[in-house]
Design a protein around this ligand. Structure first.
Ligand code: NAD
Ligand code: ZN
Length: 347
């Protein structure tokens, strides 16, 4: 096949704030890999940490590294062992590269493999014209799922994995944090048959966006008390299920207070460090807490594609689209906190 030897990529080229657009060699693929021509790529909060070169990024990310892990594209080359895929197949893919030797992996619980390495974080990533990926990680895209949506399946997967942690049918659900993932989780909770879906934030733009994407009750907790919302919605005790998607300590405290006895909480948001928790409240309310990491490989992918085919619509969470060459503007928009998902066009 004919393709160039070099490609454009967004690289953490120096241990400093920012990303640099550079020409890099097109990746070589091994016998079990595919080469993907990236068409669209989503910017994630993780990419902002890497751009900002914060403490986490400094101790995690090797330099130089091609960043980015949310993508959709097309298979353009395949290693000799690859079966069941074909050149031209549109795809997205799981960005967590797992080992095959841990107890969890050997039990098929791939998302719990402690050896996991992330593309765009530990390994060369997807903000590039071409991406090397193990064929195992490829998720083919059905025709009705666009490249734009394909590029946000990774965070939609976080939302789906978290939201489907507990049965939501007929339940009252509280989501704290109306970032892109919280907003998509609200749409999923609605799709999964929840009764009331309330989403909180302190950012009015984000709450407005939540109302445009999903049939939810947005609450600005800087202005309104959740107890008043519970009364307004005529709920008897409180929320049955909480999805924590802000990483904010106050949000978790408010969630514990607003939950029913025996309520269940799935925690996706990452607090900035150790944070104080009133454990006695959690004990006396007999609350179940579940930590959530990534997506279930590949059950979450199966479920989210099925839901997208069956009417789940998260398209309005994408608020901005930029050409790859305008990546600085795209990152500035993302860092302003005034956007939903932002998609970069690599074609
Ligand atoms: P985001 O930062 O865009 O959204 C978080 C939102 O929380 C923001 O809109 C912010 O205004 C809001 N917030 C702040 N204080 C609040 C408060 N007191 N009450 C309610 N909301 C408040 O993040 P995102 O990209 O949507 O991701 C959500 C969270 O999930 C982040 O913490 C992220 O780090 C985490 N995450 C975890 C995993 C995982 O595998 N566990 C994967 C992806 C993202
Ligand atoms: Zn991501």
């Amino acid at each position: 096949m004919t393709r160039p030897n070099t490609m454009s990529a967004l690289v953490k080229a120096q241990p400093a704030v920012g990303l640099w657009q550079e020409q890099r060699p097109v990746p070589e693929i091994g016998p079990d890999d595919v080469l993907i021509r990236v068409k669209k790529a989503g910017i994630c909060g993780t990419d902002i940490h890497i751009w900002n070169w914060d403490e986490w990024a400094q101790k995690t990310v090797p330099v130089p590294l091609i960043t980015g892990h949310e993508f959709a594209g097309e298979i353009v080359d395949m290693g000799r062992n690859v079966e069941g895929l074909s050149i031209g197949q549109r795809c997205s893919g799981e960005g967590h590269l797992i080992g095959k030797t841990s107890r969890q992996s050997r039990a098929g619980r791939f998302h719990l493999d402690p050896e996991t390495r992330g593309i765009g974080v530990n390994e060369q990533g997807a903000f590039a014209e071409y991406l090397r990926l193990p064929a195992f990680n490829v998720v083919p895209l059905p025709d009705e799922i666009s490249d734009d949506i394909g590029a946000i399946l990774d965070p939609l997967g976080n939302a789906v994995h978290t939201a489907l942690s507990f049965d939501l049918l007929g339940e009252d659900v509280l989501i704290t944090g109306a970032g892109p993932i919280g907003i998509m989780a609200a749409a999923v909770a609605r799709h999964a048959g929840a009764r009331h879906v309330v989403i909180t934030d302190v950012n009015a733009d984000r709450l407005a966006l939540a109302g445009q994407v999903a049939d939810v009750t947005p609450v600005n907790v800087a202005q309104e008390d959740l107890r008043d919302v519970i009364a307004r919605l005529k709920m008897k005790q409180g929320f049955d299920v909480g999805l924590e998607m802000s990483g904010n300590q106050q949000a978790l405290d408010q969630m514990v207070e607003a939950l029913v006895m025996g309520g269940r909480i799935a925690l996706l948001g990452i607090p900035p460090g150790k944070s104080p928790v009133d454990w006695s409240r959690i004990v006396f309310k007999a609350i179940t807490l579940k930590g959530v990491y990534g997506r279930e490989i590949f059950e979450t992918w199966y479920k989210m594609i099925a839901m997208l085919q069956n009417g789940l619509d998260v398209s309005r969470v994408i608020t901005h689209r930029f050409a790859k060459d305008d990546y600085i503007q795209a990152f500035e928009t993302m860092r302003s906190g005034k956007s939903g998902k932002i998609v970069l066009d690599w074609t």
